[in-house]
Ligand binder design. Structure first.
Ligand code: ADP
Ligand code: MG
Ligand code: ZN
Length: 483
């Protein structure tokens, strides 16, 4: 019968465990020096070696010929534990055995010394799933265990384990496996299994696995059925990912705000059988890479996913502002998060692309801020400012702003300045500080004073029309009334 790669390649001794040296080293030393604890708690993300290390530790403390704290894997005890034939080492999956009776049954023999081995070892996987009663039953035994007992609890959700249990265990936190460690491991296994995996193929698998070696091996299993070499292209194809080239092309369309091009590309990929979620995920990774490169142009290499070379990233990013990358990354993040329970992922993906091409469609504050940007741009480039119709009695304050070709108003020569309003003489109040000079010299903006003088809010007078004229009609203006 075919055995999955991840099971076949379960490490049998501490030194074979990848990327958890801080844990394996300590455990091995404890065994060698006879200082093992009676209860351990292994925590960390899935597929990082918790169950594996629990089994190695169970063997190590029982091995008849341990080698410097590591199991020999040859003796009766080691082989018996490996094959699961020795009842002194018991594994319980708390995910499916969470009731108090399950724990009582498991521990019913715990008071007796082990029949064959030196220590009775209980491995409880997914321990956070135990019911409260079950935890209490466990606590009684863990509190004052006999010399011959050892507990190894494993969990992915530490916060669900009661503090009473935590405080009685020695805790080890398993780290996600680093991509380069994972690549090396995958290439080694591929070679032994005669799978023609290339380094860039391994790189993609490692990236997809997100730190979980089990996932990486499962993905390799999935890919091995394919004929020929497993390079990055083949891996991406088999796993139904858009692949970096198409993702870059799609991103290019987005950055150029070519919505039609982006939609057409999406359609092509979709027809080609690519998974929509995976594709948006890739796009999200690319946006993230560009954001990081923008934030830390030097020395960001270690933070990047590694799938796109920095040259491509740089030429793709061009001179786009940081704000754009943040927007792209955030929008893709939230779209990917919502895709899980989407009725029609393809439609969601299309809407997402449209929003990415044009921030003003985003329907939130970004839309408004984008319109304001556009407005600022136009103002900076010297758009003709239309005069607000003057109502009777309005002072010449409302005179239009005179602008030179550069669009700046501050440097206007004094002769060209609009006439200052005829203000009533200041009351002779000694306490009042003199008006700052700058204030007097600055020509007033057209909208402000007229609205204020007539006591009309600026969005209700001519100004609203003015704003709308510049940034398009927008109901959202209503939400941002200037108080
Ligand atoms: N640190 C690691 N080193 C080597 N292989 C690992 C490691 N972590 C996981 N694996 C692989 O994944 C499989 C499952 O690991 P396991 O220990 O059951 O993970 P966990 O209990 O943390 O979910 C192992 O059989 C092994 O093939
Ligand atoms: Mg496990
Ligand atoms: Zn042994």
């Amino acid at each position: 019968m075919y055995q999955a790669l991840y099971r076949k390649w379960r490490p049998k001794t501490f030194s074979q465990v990848v990327g958890q040296d801080h844990i394996t080293g300590t455990l091995q030393r404890q065994v060698a020096e006879g200082r093992t604890a009676h209860a351990y708690l292994f925590t960390g993300t899935r597929g990082t070696g918790k169950t594996t290390c629990a089994r190695i530790l169970a063997k190590a403390v029982n091995c008849l010929h341990p080698e410097d704290g590591a199991p020999c894997n040859q003796c009766e005890a080691c082989r018996g534990i490996d094959s699961g034939s020795l009842l002194d080492v018991t594994e319980l999956d708390a995910a499916s055995n969470s009731r108090v009776d399950d724990i009582r049954e498991l521990l019913s023999e715990s008071v007796y010394t082990p029949t064959v081995l030196k220590k009775r070892v209980y491995i409880i996987d997914e321990v956070h799933m135990l019911s409260t009663q079950a935890f209490n039953a466990l606590l009684k035994t863990i509190e004052e265990p006999p010399e011959h007992l050892m507990f190894i609890l494993a969990t992915t959700e530490l916060h669900k384990v009661p503090a009473t249990i935590l405080s009685r265990c020695q805790r080890f936190t398993f780290k996600r496996i680093l991509p380069r460690d994972m690549e090396k491991h995958l290439l080694g296994i591929a070679q032994a299994e005669q799978i023609d995996l290339t380094p860039d193929g391994a790189e993609i698998l490692a990236r997809m696995a997100n730190g979980a070696l089990r996932d990486a091996l499962s993905l390799l299993d999935q890919c091995r059925v394919a004929q020929g070499q497993l390079d990055s292209r083949a891996v991406l194809d088999i796993l139904g990912l858009a692949g970096s080239v198409q993702t870059v092309e799609l991103m290019d369309c987005i950055l150029r705000r070519d919505a039609a091009g982006a939609l057409t590309r999406l359609d092509g990929l979709y027809r080609g059988g690519k998974d929509v979620a995976a594709m948006l995920g890739e796009l999200g990774d690319l946006a993230r890479d560009m954001t990081i490169l923008k934030a830390a142009p030097d020395g960001a290499a270690a933070l990047l996913t590694g799938i796109y070379d920095t040259k491509t990233l740089r030429s793709l990013s061009g001179s786009q502002p940081m704000r754009r990358f943040l927007y792209l990354t955030e929008t893709l993040q939230s779209c990917c998060a919502g895709l899980g329970d989407s009725f029609q992922p393809r439609t969601d993906a299309e809407l997402c692309l449209l929003r990415l091409c044009d921030e003003s469609l985003s329907g939130d504050l970004t839309a408004l801020s984008q319109r304001i940007d556009r407005l600022e741009d136009r103002v900076a480039n010297g758009i003709p400012v239309k005069t607000v119709p003057q109502t009777a009695g309005t002072s010449p304050k409302t005179a239009p702003l005179s602008r030179d070709s550069a669009g700046t108003s501050r440097d206007v020569p004094s002769d060209d300045r609009p006439p200052m309003p005829e203000e009533p003489p200041l009351p002779a109040e000694p306490s009042r500080p003199p008006e700052p000079k700058a204030e007097e010299e600055r020509p007033p903006l057209p909208e402000e004073p007229s609205a204020q003088e007539e006591n009309i809010p600026p969005w209700e007078g001519g100004s609203k029309d003015r704003l709308e004229e510049l940034i398009g009609p927008g109901s959202q203006l209503e939400h941002f009334k200037i108080k």
